[in-house]
Design a protein around this ligand. Sequence first.
Ligand SMILES: CC(=O)NC[C@H]1N[C@@H](C)[C@@H](O)[C@@H](O)[C@@H]1O
Length: 440
Amino acid sequence: MADKRYTGSWESIQKHEVPKWYDDAKFGIFIHWGIYSVPAYAPHTWELGDAQVTDWFCNNPYAEWYYNSVNVGRGPGYEHHVEKYGADFKYEDFIPMWKAENWNPDEWARIFKKAGAQYVVLTTKHHDGFCLFPSKYTDFNSVKMGPERDITGELTDAVRSAGIRMGLYYSGLIDWQFANDPIFDDDDLFGTASPTYAYADFSYNQMKELIDKYEPSVLWNDIGWPKQSEEAMPYLFAHYYNKVRDGVVNDRFNGKHYDFLTKEYQVGEMDRSQKWEMCRGMGLSFGYNEIEGDDQLITVPKLVNLLVSTVANNGNLLLNIGPKADGTIPAEQVRRLEILGEWLSVNGVGIFGTHPSDRESEIREDGMELHYTRKDHVLYVFADGLKDGVNEFLISDFHGNLRPLDERLQIETIPAGDGLLVRTKNYQAGMYAIGLTSEG
Ligand SMILES: CC(=O)NC[C@H]1N[C@@H](C)[C@@H](O)[C@@H](O)[C@@H]1O
């Protein structure tokens, strides 16, 4: 019997279950690309949610917030703009400078495939309101100006041709084409959010446009959804799920319905009992920030640890890249994707398609971490924080044997009480977190 259609009621859409592909995917690539990629500047300050944050919006590390960082009229973003471009240089003056002259979507898709990414999420409209697709509802888009290309369409085709799923990000609540008062704090942020019914209709129509035109596997809405069209949400989700049966939506449509929870840097709670997704840039920004060089980006060991600890606790990692205005991905970001891909080519069997084990992650006093995943009857153990050479750790309440996924690693295993003592003999830092499998 054909799948039952969803109807425009909260009761109907709540029946939607997290599809296997999303649960198994574990690793996706987030892409923030826009007008802000031209100035590509933000102060390198804090992670979102860092307790040390003071005056976030006037010291915003998010380069994609460039418009507001200038609009507030003070702080390092504003000073940088005035010094480099002059006080009269408007944000829209960057549009003709965004040429994407070196953009090859197939090259991006090749890089993502090699990295082991299973899905991609592209900003189709960020807070500045500029659309990376030929919207019927505004000419402020990447076909009519700037790159003069349907970035969403071209990347969707390239990504799908590479066998990767395509998701779309949309800034549902904030659009500085409709309300562009300077944002100094959260009150301002939510005070300028979706100011009119006209905007609520606009965003509803654009979300439907994106669904109908691209049939994305992920609808990644950001910050929230207009209150004025909250009643229309069940219909919008039903329309989406009827069109994309195994599509997923995140928890930023005011949290009234979601397939997965979101965490962003230090904001958001990780709840193992539900599917969730961790998103972050490789530095402190999502949009390309030219002052974030290799030293300012997350190290590869920390990146591998983030992936392992996220997956072991029922999450996916949505790792962001911030392409340059010309369409190239900064070399230091590509390098990290390449190394992550190499690690996954050896250890991915313990990551992709696995589920959290009932064993909780262990963070030991000496800095060593043990994370567990399982696939059917097979247990995978990931040990991180190891030192060169010999390391010892006990897998408690375990009867069986473990062997390394990385053939370079030599280990000894010794039954010890109700568990198994594992001793590495030749660990090297370049192995990052080591994966062990109970599969014979
Ligand atoms: C927690 C939250 O609402 N963050 C909004 C934040 N999301 C990031 C993925 C980026 O798109 C930021 O620019 C955006 O403000």
